[in-house]
Design a protein around this ligand. Structure first.
Ligand code: AMP
Ligand code: MN
Ligand code: MN
Ligand code: MN
Length: 292
């Protein structure tokens, strides 16, 4: 089995193991139903859902590659790095991700304290009701609580009013270093990809620094077509991928049927001018035995 004819890959989504609302098995079924030809579950800072995703994909005859989305602090900003095709039991990767998750509980308590100061009580307990993995309380869980309790109409409004820099529920946090995240992914046999580059609000100079540092640490790919890019942004990062000779990735960043604008696999194709990241993952894909 090879990847030459494969176009319909979705290499970015989240389950209840991080801040998605569906279990890995339900995501696998949804990917299959939506015609995805290669799938990856990329929970934030956590590989605890990987074995379930592998098993579910195999049962459905759906090719699968391991995935994770690592939170990184770069130049004072949060950058997300996708790892693909690694050994999900690699001890250094597992330990690095555990350390990255480690600050989340204290951060969540500080976020709740900030929200209490503007009259929103018991937000920590409220957010916990939405948490599937106690080690992974995220801003998304607070956002769901603030919608349910009537403080906001929807999740994006919560982020705008309460959870972004300068707002009452925002707490500065130090995530993994770029070099560490790439080392964990690569030493576990995986390949690193810059997630949704248009989302960071970097100046061209800052973006150049990110991409060149990333490549300097061995990074290989960049997300071009993602649920968090407009068509114009995908066109822009098509040129960036070509300019820096990066492999191109494609992923919905699906979190929830109720909240996500882009469903699993419901994305435009990559430009034929790009080298898809999955062509370099061939030997790391779990091909269902019926396809081998
Ligand atoms: P955290 O890792 O706890 O900082 O939470 C980050 C997550 O919040 C992201 O992975 C998205 O799922 C979600 N998120 C960030 N910004 C927004 C936004 N403006 N609107 C909706 N969701 C967002
Ligand atoms: Mn998320
Ligand atoms: Mn992200
Ligand atoms: Mn994501």
């Amino acid at each position: 089995m090879n990847t030459n004819l494969l176009t319909h890959a979705d290499l970015h989504c989240h389950s209840k193991v991080s801040d998605g609302t569906l279990e890995p098995e339900a995501l696998a079924a949804r990917a299959k139903a939506n015609g995805v030809e290669l799938w990856s579950l990329t929970d934030h800072d956590e590989v605890g859902g990987q074995q379930r995703a592998i098993n579910a994909a195999k049962a459905l005859g759906l090719p699968y590659v391991t995935g994770v989305e690592v939170s990184v602090t770069f130049a004072g900003r949060v950058v997300h790095i996708i790892g693909l095709g690694f050994d999900h039991q690699n001890p250094a990767l597992v330990a690095g991700l555990r350390a990255t998750r480690g600050g989340r509980e204290a951060r969540a308590r500080d976020m709740a304290a900030g929200l209490a100061q503007v009259g929103i009580k018991d937000a920590y307990e409220g957010a916990l009701k939405y948490v599937g993995n106690p080690e992974l309380i995220s801003r998304t869980h607070f956002a769901r609580f603030l919608v349910e309790s009537g403080h906001c109409q929807d999740v994006p409004e919560v982020f705008r009013r309460y959870l972004t820099e300068g707002k009452p529920g925002f707490v500065e946090h130090r995530w993994a270093r770029l070099g560490d995240a790439l080392r964990w992914i690569q030493e576990a046999g995986g390949l690193a990809v810059i997630a949704h580059p248009a989302r960071y609000g970097f100046t061209p100079t800052e973006e150049f620094a990110l991409i060149t540092d990333f490549i300097g640490h061995g990074g290989r790919g960049i997300e071009v077509v993602t649920g968090s890019h407009s068509d114009a942004e995908a066109a822009k990062y098509t040129e960036t991928a070509i300019e820096f000779d990066l492999l191109a990735s494609r992923g919905s960043d699906f979190h929830s049927p109720e909240e996500s604008r882009t469903d699993l696999g419901q994305l435009p194709s990559l430009s034929g001018r790009l080298r898809p990241v999955w062509m370099s993952l061939e030997d790391r894909i779990f091909w269902p035995s019926c396809l081998q």
